[in-house]
Design a protein around this ligand. Sequence first.
Ligand code: ARG
Length: 309
Amino acid sequence: MTSVVEAAVAAPSRRVRTRHFLMCPPRYFDVSYAINPWMDPSTPVSPQRALGQWTMLVEEYARCGHRVDLLDPQPGLPDMVFAANGATVVDGAVLEARFANPQRTAEAGWHAAWYRRHGDRLGLAAPQPAHAVNEAEGDFAVHHVPGRPGAGEGASGHTRVLAGWGFRTERAAHEELARATGAEVVALELVDPRFYHLDVALTVLDDETGLIAYHPPAFAPRSRDLLARLYPDAVLVGETDALAFGLNSVSDGRNVFVPAGAEGFLTELAARGFTPVPVDLSELVKAGGSVKCCTQEIRGPRAAERSRG
Ligand code: ARG
């Protein structure tokens, strides 16, 4: 076993890329229906406690220099706090969401309206409607694939989306996303209902190089093989940390905002040169969501981003 000191010396230095997030305060948060195995409508829920915990996450993002825009919560949409599901923004293109369950259908329209109102100013294209069911970043994980130096065209690399299917998002939506954004889309089949969205089974730790972490048993054997082949350096996360929502985290390239209960994963992140930022969102976990579920990333046009950074 390497000591903490050795690990810190061996770990690469990590670089922050400033993020722009869209989030929605849990003002009307509740567990009034069950659409995933974590939800039990008989469990008492405190919207005040949820709001307090969520506010701490927003404060951590701000402390690390990230920009957070807010979407107005709507009565009757208790899951609207899980903003990651509301739209997908990749390289300046916006694909609307289309929810699998009627209880959440109306959320997509509020997100689309937000982008119609603010997208122009942010340099984003008009939101594109979705025909197939997609729960946005709940099932879409985005990273850059660096190109090989000297490879000529494409040397600067391309954008890849790891796209889950099996519980919520339909496979046809992967095609729609590829067309809408121009990104390469890699389909991954989810098989364990506890990990019903990709973002509870896999997270991108470094989106410039494509370093990911995931829980292999959440995926069908062929998808597992594909992940092993594409990501030989990935951090593999065991069941205890995965069930503590460890993979429902957000990384800015150095700081990883991660559910506090995923202790083993926190240690592993530190050994890999990341700065774990533990966050307690236990009230929101009653609805089956944590850090990443609350956080939608607004990714502007890539060239513009490069010259800014
Ligand atoms: N109760 C919500 C649902 O089942 C939780 C969504 C969590 N969001 C996520 N990105 N995993 O739809």
